[in-house]
Design a protein around this ligand. Sequence first.
Ligand code: HEC
Length: 155
Amino acid sequence: MKTITMLAAALAVAGFAAFAQDAEDPFADTVEMRHGLMLQMATDLGTVGAMAKGEVAYDAAVASKAAANIAAVASVISMAQWPEGSQYGAAADSYALPAIWATPDDFLTKIADLNTAAATFQVAAATDVDALKTGMGALGGACSACHKAYRQPEE
Ligand code: HEC
């Protein structure tokens, strides 16, 4: 009997600890997840950017892989990573602006635009360095169009 009581008490404490953590920041995992998606795209954009600048020799296979990664990540992005309440000032580490939930249709359009740009860029990246350079403009534009409207600049 005593063992059972102690076990129950231990479970209750463990359960409470998990709950307390969640109650403190229910969006911690979501914010971390979307940062990871964004950072993966930024890393791949950096890879092709280095080729565009001539810092690294153009390599069709490497450029294609980076472009395919961006398209894959873009396809994962949906409203699911942006739950209401996870905005800048409310959720830790979030730089997502409340405008996302004021104009969700436009935010979804920006996601669709990213997917379109990423698909087009896959062809450009596989072609040659000139096509890659030209293609990067539209792709980077899709990133910055959304950031301008929906991302709080970091101080
Ligand atoms: C549909 C809108 C949208 C598009 C398109 C978009 N982003 Fe973002 N991005 C955001 C928002 C909103 C944030 C802030 C998220 C947060 O802090 O929770 C962000 C944050 C970031 C961050 C910071 C991550 C961190 O750890 O703080 C990077 C880097 C980034 N984006 C890169 C990119 C790149 C590269 C592209 C294009 C290939 C892109 N983003 C396209 C909306 C977008």
